[in-house]
Design a binder for this molecule. Structure first.
Ligand code: NOJ
Ligand code: CA
Length: 672
């Protein structure tokens, strides 16, 4: 990680008069966002405007602690302002060089309880939003405190629509979004995205969620959203020892949906890389013994249809090598899948294979072909069982040369049993600690983690760049199970909601969208072109080609795009889009000259004109276009795909012509 240039432009300390009622204000570097903090009537509040128009009315600040009454604040006792403009480099990512230009204001509040007698609230302002966090730095070292309430609120003004789902559901974050008036929000997961009648887009989330419970937002029917932290089984929200700072609570404020997706606030509010050189992780693409089990062609459990047998794994290794893939994921290889594996998660072994799977042989086979095994540890949420084996499991994988492990936590939220028998939510402080522990132990073994059923992404990949991707939304697997599957709007909602947190392992690339199902709501609800476009739109440094090898070999023309598309980028731009409607994204290959474009629409066919001004000047490109073919429609005729090649420059525009539930994928191959 290199800091190209870091310049503290100003640092100013202004002690305010105790009890002064005048608000303390700060502006973002381009004077777009302005935020003021006041203490009045025993409350500490902040309010926010954008370009002179009010966005958040006075909104509460503060935490309360067990054994102390609700804190009243009487004064701002000091203010510290500074600003900074620096750039830093991601070892891998959607953009190589990230600019971090912000202004910062820390106010010290005086409260009337012991723990709140002195609390710092730091606001970091960017032109596209802000973050705030609490610093309880005056707590003596070693003293234990327990958070009983988070009073932070966000008081929105005017009419907003929201895309959200109920926050305490048993399937964690695997829900379809509902689209309602924002006042109907009861309890929502973040990132929570709102679109205003005033033309503004807001997205509420958090950054750097470390050793603290995950935050949901509770609505009050009139537009105020209040922090709601996932508790421990005894009702305590967070347990801390000694001085601490909270995660950042973040709000993106933009005038387009695309600007939400291109904001880098999430990463900028995380700490720099603590792992140093992570070149042992290479972004890439993989195939695997996976979809065949989800469509019940084979099984995770042992027996005559066991998917994870040595021969089948080697078959996928052959396929991967033939078409240039880096890895093969094998699920169901280890003891513990037989019977009700979700109920019996504490029986999983993470080191003992079923007799028909010879890991050493599979790894050796792959090594000869230049293909790596991708490991799999499904825990079924039996966390103590996994933690007890964690070191051995990851050491074993390291000894086999495995550098990526997919983890899983298939267990109802609220039913994850901790070592004391307590029933934990999937993203309370217990699971937040566990998710990071796994990544930290994995790093010592040079292993990167792709977590399924994870705690939501809050940008920790900056600090621990072996947290490469995660699930945390309804992915492609829901399109396999024959229950109502993901409607087309889903993949044009998540780029503006879930994916504002970070990369998603969505597992795109199903060509046999029907896979034997008649009813469109029981199969993949997309065209084939959509499946290709998802590789560009849904960013992940590792991307699965999820379908069966034979389905790719039947469509080698379409498969070429999956072979060509990179998973590591120099830069990324959301060119057009609106939440739940459509999106067009362009990305420049890292270390290369080719651009890739992905466009998706919802259930409506759509024609868009897209200028190609993002291409380099004075260069010609061969546009290799994969678009919906004549008569394509995700409901009735998902297969038609037209592939055409033509020469373009940045002066051209293209017509993106998408079928209902369709998409377009383009490689702009640089001809110089
Ligand atoms: C759910 C994961 O999301 C999926 O990818 C995996 O195949 C199953 N759990 C089994 O671990
Ligand atoms: Ca899942």
């Amino acid at each position: 990680m290199t800091f190209k240039f870091a310049a503290i432009l100003s640092a100013l300390c202004i002690p305010a008069m105790a009890g002064a009622a005048a608000p303390e204000c700060a502006q973002s570097p381009g004077r777009v966002i302005r935020l003021c903090v006041s203490v009045q009537d025993n409350r500490a509040t902040f309010e926010v405007s954008r370009l002179g128009k009010s966005v958040l009315a006075p909104s509460n600040l503060g935490l309360d602690f067990v054994g102390e009454p609700e804190a009243h604040y009487s004064a701002i006792t000091s203010v510290d302002r500074r600003s900074s403009d620096s750039s830093w480099e991601q070892p891998w990512g959607e953009e190589r060089t990230i600019r971090d230009q912000h202004s910062e204001m820390t106010v010290r509040l005086k409260g009337d309880t012991p723990t709140n007698s002195s609390v710092d609230v730091t606001f970091r302002l960017f032109d596209d939003g802000f973050g705030l966090r609490y610093g309880y730095t005056a707590i003596p070292a070693g003293r234990e405190v327990a958070v009983s309430a988070d009073r932070t609120s966000f008081h929105t003004l005017g009419d907003y629509q929201a895309w959200w789902y109920q926050g305490l559901g048993q399937e964690r974050d695997e829900y379809l979004y509902t689209h309602t008036d924002a006042r109907r929000i009861t309890l929502a997961e973040t990132p929570l995205t709102l679109k205003g009648a005033n033309g503004l887009y807001l997205s509420f989330h958090e950054a750097a969620l470390v050793d603290f419970p995950s935050m949901l937002l509770a609505g009050n029917g009139v537009g105020t959203l209040s922090a709601w932290l996932m508790p421990w089984p005894d009702g305590v929200l967070a347990r801390k020892t000694g001085p601490f700072t909270t995660p950042w609570r973040t709000v993106l404020i933009t005038d387009s949906a695309g600007a939400l997706a291109d904001s880098r606030i999430e990463l900028n509010l995380n700490e720099p890389n603590r792992l140093g050189d992570v070149s042992w992780f290479k972004p890439g693409k993989f195939v695997g013994v996976w979809w065949e089990m989800h469509i019940d062609k084979s099984t995770w459990e042992s027996g005559p249809r066991h998917g994870a047998n040595t021969g089948n794994a080697e078959h996928y290794m052959d396929f991967a090598a033939r078409y240039g893939f880096d890895g093969v994921l094998v699920e169901g290889w280890n003891q513990g899948w037989n019977g009700d594996w979700i109920a019996n998660g504490d029986k999983f072994s993470f080191t003992e294979a079923y007799p028909d799977f010879d890991m050493a042989a599979v790894v050796a086979y792959g090594r000869r072909l230049g293909v790596k095994l991708i490991g799999h540890n499904e825990t079924a949420g039996a966390v103590p069982n996994y933690e007890a084996q964690l070191e051995d499991a990851l050491r074993m994988y390291e000894n086999h040369g495995v550098s990526i492990v997919k983890t899983g936590y298939v267990r109802h939220s609220g039913d994850i049993i901790d070592q004391n028998g307590g029933r934990e939510w999937f993203a309370g402080q217990y699971m937040v600690r566990h998710n990071l522990l796994v990544a930290q132990v994995a790093a010592t073994h040079h292993i990167a983690i792709d977590a399924h059923e994870p705690v939501k992404d809050t940008g920790l990949r900056r600090t621990w760049p072996n947290m490469i991707s995660r699930e945390g939304a309804r992915g492609q697997e829901y399109n396999a199970w024959g229950k109502p599957t993901n409607p087309p709007e889903h993949t044009v909602i998540i780029p503006f909601t879930r994916m504002l947190g970070g990369p998603m392992d969505f597992t795109p690339g199903i060509f046999d969208v029907a896979h034997g199902q008649q009813d469109v709501t029981r199969r993949v609800q997309s065209t084939v072109a959509t499946q290709l476009a998802e590789y560009v739109v849904l960013y992940s440094p590792i991307a699965m080609a999820a379908d069966l090898p034979e389905n790719y070999e039947a469509r080698l023309d379409a498969f070429q795009f999956i072979r060509d598309v990179p998973t590591d980028w120099e830069t990324s731009k959301t060119l057009q889009g609106d939440i739940g409607e459509f999106i067009v994204v362009a990305r420049l290959q890292r270390g290369g000259k080719d651009w890739f474009l992905g466009a998706l629409t919802n259930e409506n066919a759509r024609k868009l004109t897209q200028p190609l001004s993002f291409l380099a000047s004075d260069k010609q490109y061969e546009a290799q276009i994969y678009r919906d073919g004549p008569g394509a429609d995700y409901r009735t005729n998902p297969q038609p795909l037209t592939i055409e090649h033509r020469i373009v420059t940045r002066k051209d525009s293209i017509l993106i012509d998408m079928a209902a539930g369709g998409g377009t994928a383009i490689r702009f191959k640089c001809l110089d």
